[in-house]
Design a protein around this ligand. Structure first.
Ligand code: ATP
Length: 252
C-alpha cells in the first residue's frame, strides 16, 4: 500500500469538510479523484501528502503513519503540485525545476552532475527544453503548470499528488501530461474535472461528494450515467470507446 486514508475527517472554519473518508492507493497505480467544486478533493490531497493532519482518522504513506515520517524524508518521497502555485522570486524554469532536487541534497552543496541530468531529463519529458532559461514571470499559465510538474518529477518521488494538473493546458498537453504520469513508475493521485480524461488515463477512480467518498473502482465501474446524475446533477450517456468509458453530456 502506497497511500491510504482510514476513516479520515477534517474540519475547517467550523465546518466538516471531509467526513469519514477511506481510500487505498496501491503502489504504482494512477488514481483519479473526481467530484464537484468544493467536494473536498484538494483537502484530501493535502492530507494524503502529509501536509495536514486529519481531525480524526489516519493517513499512511508507504505503510507508515504520516506523522511518523521525518519531514525531510517526506519532502523527498512525496511530490505535490497544488492548484495555484505562485513564486515571488523571478527564477528561471531550470531553477524552478531544480527546486525539486533540494530535499535530496546534503549540506550546502549545489547541484551535482546527477541532479543536472535529472533536470535535463524532466525538462525534455515535459516539453520545456526550449524554455529552460525563461523567467517565471514571462511564462504562460500552461507553461508555469508544466514547470511545476517538471519540478515535482525532478524530485523523483514515490508518490505524486497533482491537483488539477491539466486546467491550464491545451488538449495536446493535457493528453501528453496524463500519459506521462501514467507511464511513470510512481503512485499518483490526481484531482481532475474532466471525466473522459479521468476514464482514459486512470487505473482507478474515487468520487467525492460533500466530503464523502461515494464511489471507487475502475473507470468503467465508476463512470455511470447514474453516478454522473447523482453527483453532478447532469444527464449523460456513457459508452465504451477504445476500452474506456466515454461520457457524452446531454442538454437539459
Ligand atoms: N482552510 C479552510 N477553511 C474553511 N473552509 C475551507 C478551508 N479549506 C477548504 N475549505 C472548504 O472546504 C470545501 C472543500 O474544499 P476543497 O478545496 O477541498 O474542494 P475541491 O473539491 O478541491 O474543490 P474545487 O473543485 O473547486 O477545486 C470548500 O467548501 C472550501 O470552501
Amino acid at each position: 500500500m502506497s497511500l491510504s486514508a482510514h476513516d479520515v475527517s477534517w474540519s475547517a472554519g467550523g465546518a466538516l469538510i471531509l467526513d469519514g473518508v477511506g481510500l487505498r492507493v496501491d503502489e504504482g497505480r494512477t488514481v483519479g479523484l473526481l467530484g464537484p467544486n468544493g467536494s473536498g478533493k484538494s483537502s484530501l490531497l493535502r492530507l494524503l501528502a502529509g501536509l495536514r493532519r486529519p481531525s480524526s482518522g489516519a493517513v499512511e504513506i508507504g505503510g507508515r503513519a504520516a506523522p511518523q515520517w521525518p519531514r525531510r524524508d517526506l519532502a523527498r518521497r512525496v511530490a505535490v503540485v497544488e492548484q495555484q502555485v505562485g513564486t515571488d522570486v523571478d527564477l528561471t524554469v531550470t531553477e524552478v525545476v531544480a527546486l525539486g532536487r533540494t530535499p535530496h541534497r546534503n549540506g550546502w552543496g549545489g547541484a551535482n552532475p546527477a541532479d543536472a541530468e535529472i533536470i535535463r531529463r524532466v525538462l525534455a519529458q515535459t516539453g520545456l527544453d526550449a524554455l529552460a532559461n525563461r523567467r517565471w514571470h514571462s511564462l504562460s499559465g500552461g507553461e508555469r503548470q508544466r514547470a511545476q510538474i517538471a519540478r515535482a518529477l525532478a524530485q523523483e518521488p514515490a508518490e505524486l499528488i497533482l491537483d488539477e494538473p491539466t486546467n491550464h493546458l491545451d488538449i495536446a498537453h493535457q493528453l501528453e501530461l496524463l500519459a506521462l504520469v501514467r507511464r511513470l513508475p510512481v503512485t499518483s493521485v490526481i484531482a481532475l474535472h474532466d471525466l473522459n480524461l479521468a476514464g482514459m488515463f486512470c487505473d482507478e477512480l474515487a468520487v467525492l461528494s460533500g466530503g464523502r467518498v461515494v464511489a471507487t473502482g475502475t473507470p468503467a465501474e465508476v463512470l455511470t450515467e447514474q453516478l454522473v446524475a447523482d453527483v453532478y446533477g447532469v444527464r449523460c450517456s456513457v459508452s465504451i470507446v477504445d476500452g474506456n468509458p466515454h461520457v457524452r453530456f446531454r442538454a437539459g
